[in-house]
Design a protein around this ligand. Structure first.
Ligand code: PLP
Length: 373
């Protein structure tokens, strides 16, 4: 079988979606499945929908096109502010987009009028992550302009947390978003159908028993795909963390003279102490590198340690020397490794349709706080 490849257990993704969506349903929150980490892969997107996602969200129009070309007819929201140069296609392929700039909304409205349709607008509000978002004090005036503009319809508001700042939202942040939703409705007299609270980093809040207020949607990618809370890295109780496996092939084995840490000149490598641990006397080289994935986001199998990587080579120190040239090694990936591997042209995707044979590991320790509901 060709390497490098990503093996995808579709039933595990479906199970994860079903599990987290079921828990959120009891809280009155629906889920939009985010497919950007898998580059809009239609079959993986389908697994999210089969697990109960009410629609899909994508950051890139090229991925939306991929989904549409595969015959997906569900609502698809563009969650990155559209570029001015793409407004016509945004209106063609997406029912709704997230927006922060009135200039872009005006261009979307003009494009929608040209196509004789209405494009849905969700206004993204800045709530502390300091990535995209309208400042709360400006929300009323922009919302009013959208309400008054032909060609577009104000569908809701949303916020994003923990993407740039790495700080997860707390109950006060989420209450503030609910207050903004009520105030905006009061000012504009227009019902906000969607109040989208955030991404996978919102799960500890959403499942933590706080009142959810007006929040009725979360946009989830990482939690469904990798079964983890992105901020803590903890497994979410009852979810699979191994729906994706990266498989790479060994192209050289043997021992190399030990490098003295002092002679490593790259400061990044020096900081990470990427030198073989004692006992890891054998060095393996695999035909995969920085061009294919984020090598620092791979979990090494037991008794193996990352020595380093270049664009095309991954070097591992091992005390478990049964590997030979031509054998395969398997790695779990974090979000960053997954995202890069899914978009790398030389990494093939192999979809596995069978049901997992192992039972879901019951969460122990850190995952429990997410398993309670
Ligand atoms: C990426 C992204 C998401 C999904 O984030 P996950 O951590 O994968 O759940 C949601 N909303 C926006 C705006 C995003 O950019």
């Amino acid at each position: 079988m060709s390497t490098p490849r990503i093996e995808v257990h579709l039933s595990k993704i479906r199970h994860n979606a079903k599990t987290v969506i079921g828990r959120l349903r009891t809280r009155g929150i629906s889920v939009t499945g985010v497919t950007k980490a898998v580059c809009g892969h239609p079959t993986i997107a389908r697994a999210m929908l089969d697990g109960g996602a009410v629609g899909l969200a994508e950051a890139r129009l090229s991925n939306v096109r991929k989904l549409r070309n595969a015959g997906m007819t569900c609502p698809i929201t563009l969650i990155r502010t559209p570029t001015l140069s793409q407004v016509d296609q945004v209106v063609q392929y997406c029912e709704t987009s997230y927006n922060t700039e009135i200039l872009v909304i005006t261009a979307l409205a003009a494009a929608a009028i040209r196509k004789d349709c209405i494009h849905g607008i969700i206004l993204m509000v800045e709530m502390g992550d300091l990535r995209e978002g309208i400042m709360p004090k400006d929300l009323d005036s922009i919302a009013q302009q959208v309400v008054d503009m032909p060609g577009v319809a104000l569908k809701g508001i949303g916020a994003n947390f923990a993407c740039l700042s790495g700080i997860s939202p707390n109950a006060a942040d989420m209450d503030a978003l609910s207050v903004l939703a009520n105030d905006t409705e009061g000012q504009c007299g227009s019902f906000l159908q969607t109040v989208s609270g955030g991404n996978s980093a919102n799960l500890p809040w959403a499942l933590g028993g706080h009142p959810v207020g007006r929040i009725n949607d979360l946009r989830l990618g990482e939690a469904i795909l990798l079964g983890v809370d992105p901020v803590s890295g903890d497994q979410i109780g009852g979810m699979y963390t191994d729906a994706f496996t990266l498989v790479a092939e060994v192209i050289e084995t043997g021992s190399k003279p030990a490098t003295h840490p002092q002679s490593i000149c790259d400061p990044v490598f020096k900081k990470l102490h990427l030198v073989p641990k004692s006992g890891q006397s054998t060095q393996l080289i695999l035909a995969i590198g920085q061009q294919d994935t984020d090598v620092f986001g791979l979990s090494m199998p037991p008794r193996n340690g990352l020595i380093g990587a270049t664009s095309d080579h991954l070097v591992i120190g091992t005390s478990h020397s049964t590997q030979s040239v031509g054998s395969e090694m398997r790695f779990q990936m974090n979000y960053s490794a997954l995202m890069k591997a899914m978009s790398a042209p030389d990494v093939k995707t192999r979809l596995l349709h069978r049901s997992p044979s192992r039972h879901v590991r019951v969460s122990q320790g850190p995952g429990n706080h997410l398993a309670s509901i």
